[in-house]
Design a protein around this ligand. Structure first.
Ligand code: F6R
Length: 242
């Protein structure tokens, strides 16, 4: 695991944008696994700016996102579809037909999860997966206790995650209680991983990732078994652990 410490959120975001920009430059037909949330928010700003200032052809780039809330679609401002369009897809020259998220409004969610796994396979697998982490160590929406051999599935969100994510909703009751998420095996099958964490609230999760036992109780620890992980954390998230 390669660990890079950044001074603060801004520096972490810049380094991460640089990393992804270089990855696209080196492999113009890259399949990127993307994440949403506060952690990558500014990284997408920097990445979009960089892609617009130093143009590279994005016509062969494909993206697959980690997750989406069950019941929310593109029209919902809190959906991850909406987030990705606002923060990234609509700012750069990526063909929208090359961008994918699980459909949280699918009539048959079970089939949707199977189709999503198939889509990833058809794209030749994910070359670089971007990850944030929940305070309880979740990656994607794989909450503590999720089996390590899980593939894309419908998952229930813990109270902590619902509380944490309620900042994006008007009321906590509006936060969906379920999501579609790539599984832990799906994440482990990716060729490389860029893991980001910022802020004091992520310290325990970062400590578990860097120093802890590998356990299903803290999903992020599974990354210790992945052979190509780059970690970029700011000082607040790193604490005294690195
Ligand atoms: C987002 C995702 C989640 C977030 C995590 C941290 O697509 O899969 O695992 O990375 O919940 O969220 P933030 O970055 O908002 O603290």
């Amino acid at each position: 695991m390669k660990v890079i410490k950044a001074n603060d959120y801004d520096a972490m975001s810049k380094k991460a944008a640089e990393f992804i920009y270089e990855a696209i430059k080196n492999k113009p037909d890259i399949t990127l696994g993307l994440a949403t949330g506060s952690t990558p928010h500014r990284m997408y700003d920097y990445l979009a700016d960089k892609l617009n200032e130093n143009k590279i052809d994005l016509s062969k780039v494909h993206t697959v996102n980690l997750d989406e809330y069950v019941g929310l679609g593109e029209g919902d401002p809190q959906s991850y579809h909406h987030f990705m369009h606002e923060e990234f897809f609509d700012k750069v020259d990526i063909p929208l037909e090359n961008t994918h998220l699980p459909n949280g409004k699918a009539g048959d969610l079970e089939t949707e999860t199977e189709n999503y796994e198939q889509l990833i396979k058809d794209l030749g697998g994910i070359d670089l997966q971007l990850l944030g982490v929940g305070r309880n160590g979740h990656i994607g929406f794989n909450e503590p206790g999720t089996p390590f051999d899980s593939t894309t599935q419908v998952v229930g969100l813990t109270d902590l995650t619902i509380q944490d994510n309620s900042r994006f909703f008007e009321r906590v009751e509006d936060v969906p209680t379920e999501a579609l998420s790539m599984g832990l095996k799906t994440i482990m099958d990716t060729k490389s991983i860029l893991f980001l964490a910022s802020g004091e609230g992520k310290r325990d999760a970062v400590d578990a990732l860097l120093n802890g036992e590998v356990t299903e109780e803290i999903p992020v620890t599974i990354l210790r078994n992945h052979e190509d992980v780059t970690v970029i954390v700011d000082k607040a998230a790193a604490g005294e652990y690195i």
